[in-house]
Write a protein that binds this ligand. Sequence first.
Ligand code: G6P
Length: 371
Amino acid sequence: SAAEKAGYDWFMRKEIYEQPKAVLDTLLGRYNEARELTLDEVRIADSELKRINKIIIVACGTAFYSGLVAKYAIEHWCRIPCEVEIASEFRYRDPIITSETLLVTISQSGETADTLMAVRHAREQGAKVIAICNTNGATIPRESDAVIYTHAGPEIGVASTKGFTTQIAAAYLLGLYLAQVRGTKFGDEIAAVMTELESMPEKIQRVLDNTDQFHALATRLSDKRSVLFLGRHVGYPIALEGALKLKEIAYLHAEGFPAGELKHGPIALVEPGIPIFVVVPPHGRDQLHDKVISNIQEVRARGAQTIVLVEEGDTEVEPYADEVIWLPKASTLLQPLLAIVPLQIFACEVATRLGHDVDQPRNLAKSVTVE
Ligand code: G6P
């Protein structure tokens, strides 16, 4: 009903706007004054967590993309090899699982059959399983060794939004916790990331406070047949998720690519007028920033309309951007929590303009309980 939507036209839009609180609630009470992460729900002994020699993250849809983001952080902080796999592919390839494998499932509903089957398969092989889930008492957390709940509140819109950002926040808590237990990161380093994580809700709010531009963009681009998204590092899964939102609710052909892969194929798709969203990583030691700027120049030279998401103050990109979306400053690993928000709003706006039912897109279900 209209009352449940609290004045918003769609649940999806309401849920997009709930993200500052949802991320805050997910972080709440997990980092104490002694500067220790206490994930009480992770009832797996430290001795077991120290033995883990491989992590496999398994999920579907949007949750799979949050898993891709998580991999970058977990490997960086914990130095444990981490694979991410689509749940429906996982058990059928006879994956290598031992008692030293940690399976991390990510599922908003906790009821997705493909993901549940992966949990059962991994436990049969002796793996420990931690579920990241938004639904209290759902089947996947019940069948796992431990659960980290995202505290996003109920998500009604079929296209996941606050589910996604809270999954990233929860996965980062898990990564830092493993680093703390295994001693690959020390108090100060963990404190620095936690301080930044705790500043994210306010920065997401700042993105949400300035959405006129995304609305105008949707008006300008809603007659396009195809939209591309490029990113690198954690910006790559954001490109995939931005494209998925457009497919799911606007029924537009949309593809996300790693920006560095452009020259190996996707650049052939670039024709005059095609809109290309590009997530630019912050300046770092690794020169990824400059490489992405060159990619923007390459597609611009071929006539693409470039819409560039970049941190405030980074004006280098302006000459090659048809439109700049400024993001509050954040470190590379935390930028996804900001960069996805304009893409969510953009998809919601395009779908609304095209007259689609944003909350109930055709052919899709909120939770898919059959394999
Ligand atoms: C369905 C939904 C998607 C969702 C996916 C995984 O396909 O339509 O929006 O990302 O399931 O759902 P889960 O509840 O496991 O996160």
